[in-house]
Write a protein that binds this ligand. Sequence first.
Ligand SMILES: Cc1cc2nc3c(=O)[nH]c(=O)nc-3n(C[C@H](O)[C@H](O)[C@H](O)COP(=O)(O)OP(=O)(O)OC[C@H]3O[C@@H](n4cnc5c(N)ncnc54)[C@H](O)[C@@H]3O)c2cc1C
Length: 466
Amino acid sequence: MLDRSRPLNHRPVRPGPVLYWMNRDQRAADNWAVFTAQQEAFRSGQPLLVVFCLQDAFLGARPEHFSFMLEGLSETARELQDFNIPFIVRRGDPSREVLAVAQTVQAGLVVADFSPLRLPRQWRRDLAAAADQMGLSVWETDAHNIIPCWLASDKLEYAARTIRPKIQRQLPAWLTDIPALVRHPFDLPAELLQTISGPGALKAIHDAMADLALQTAPDGRRQVLPPPGPAAAKRRLAQFIAESLKDFDRRNDPNLPVSSRLSPYLHFGQISAQRVALAAQTAAQSDPALASPVASFLEELIVRRELSDNFCFYNPDYDNWNGFPAWARQTLERHRADPRAYRYSDSQLENGQTHDPLWNTAQLELRDTGQMPGYLRMYWAKKLLEWCASPEQAQQIALALNDGLAIDGRDPNGYVGVAWSIGGVHDRPWGERPVFGTIRTMTFDGCRRKFSVDDYIRKGWYRANG
Ligand SMILES: Cc1cc2nc3c(=O)[nH]c(=O)nc-3n(C[C@H](O)[C@H](O)[C@H](O)COP(=O)(O)OP(=O)(O)OC[C@H]3O[C@@H](n4cnc5c(N)ncnc54)[C@H](O)[C@@H]3O)c2cc1C
């Protein structure tokens, strides 16, 4: 079996329970990190436990988004417990909390899942360094990408066309079936479990939900989100494959509900991208008419998604101006002083009160449902470039709205989506225009030629007004 793990410090694995620190991949099934931890625990006949750390605030996430995560986690906790794998919930700094649990149980190995983002990487670095002092080995397993991010490519990729051949060459080896967990035969002593988990994970999750119920989002609204959790994710996948995958090539029409709407589940790791890809491939094998839509879907799910992780992993400036390619910074610099026809306050933007009814409808969909059709996300971010005083401001406002309102926000795909729209990342120069320079533009009339803008606005009006 290929190795999806790499060491984060230089300590050898020693005898003792194996601990999986779950962070990005919040599921029991199809999770290479928990599978790897179980394999290591088997090798030495040791107990296995999973720890999750809750932070009180994570990059501006809304209470509803925490709630989506917590409900998914309670499902995952129960699933793991059915495999005799204790699930421990702690509150606080993950590097400290994971280490404290590891110390108490005298762990022999800690396995972490992988994230390319700044803060989660810092946690992993801190944990690995502190564990090193204790002689404890820490590994990282990429359970999110199909090809581990550091192996898909060893450098920052320029565009989809440069990473695609690398992915296509390696994919057959990695896109294999995923082994199932088995009931873990080695128990953690009951008193030890009691010491580290207190009243238990479900109680900790329940308490965190109760705290959230007391909180309202800063705007006092409550988004209507899709049903959370791994089981809901599997139902969504099955429905997508049965009903809308065949029309996926028409996904740029926001009036057609043909895209998978799996991004919230993929973001919280409630479903595995590898499982989704296998399901789409199986569908194509049984129906040749699905070959083209499945190829388009896998391009988004694998090439585009793994390209986003590549960007954030190799570019520390993934969320600021310095992350834009040189040609984009030069052209935006030349047009910095161009007059802007419209300017709006943060509140006008957040509440969809601009002159552009298409933008307003998309923004209100994001504000009220935590989601926005993919095609409109590009239009939405590009209009911010047109209306803000500077590209830096446009990027920061786009990220604040996306991270604050989108249920799939705070994700590499979001940082890259914004940087693509505003800063030409993974794109190329187009015709020169005011404000945009040679960054690709999108216009209201261009949207009109692609889909019925009026229908989209009408549906948005009904959604907002009942
Ligand atoms: C300004 C902007 C902001 C964005 N913010 C986010 C975000 O916060 N979180 C997020 O997951 N995606 C983001 N995207 C990417 C993309 O729009 C969404 O992934 C997609 O719309 C989610 O809907 P879906 O699950 O129905 O996707 P589908 O079209 O069904 O695609 C399946 C999966 O492939 C991946 N995918 C699709 N399109 C892209 C893409 N362009 N880049 C990378 N991966 C992709 C996603 O994981 C998605 O769930 C953003 C794009 C832009 C232009």
